[in-house]
Ligand binder design. Sequence first.
Ligand code: PRP
Length: 182
Amino acid sequence: MSKPKILGKILYDYDDIQKRAKELAAQIDKDYEGEDLILLCTLKGSVLWFADILKYMEHDCRIDFISASSYGSATSTSGVVKINFDPNINMYNAHVLVIEDIVDSGITLKYVMDKLAERGPKSVKVCTMLNKEARRTADFHADYVGFEIDDLFIIGYGLDYDQRLRGLPYISYLEEDDVESL
Ligand code: PRP
């Protein structure tokens, strides 16, 4: 099965995403200059955005990966979060920057941030590609935001539809007729 060339309505194309990743990477470089920094990629949706931020940063940071999921339906969370894969990197006295694909209710990241804070880092912050502020229920604030988005069903550039379409090189959203064609 091959990837559809264009699916849904495109919000940000590849060039838009690269431009924004470069801007944020430069800001992160400035903010963490001379500091011990760990970039933590949240699996799986963040892999492409994580790679962009990492490749555009001048800072030679350490990296690791974490996987967490919140239980619920396909489109909303129940609020119960489970860590599926825990990074074993030593975070003590280091700055940790979590690289996320999307913050929706904020429940997953709030839980993850609290867990990471127990490991003695100097700071824990978040850089998310997409921020869906309209859906926020948890007391959570993203420190670096690629794009603010409305409450849409987003796919591509790491974000999936039933575990597919993560490799689309753009961010788009699906409407009912798009979903029927899948
Ligand atoms: C997505 C996303 C966040 C979370 C956001 O992950 O990567 O971790 O949902 O939702 P919340 O703000 O309502 O908690 P998902 O569970 O879809 O896993 P994936 O990255 O493997 O697709």
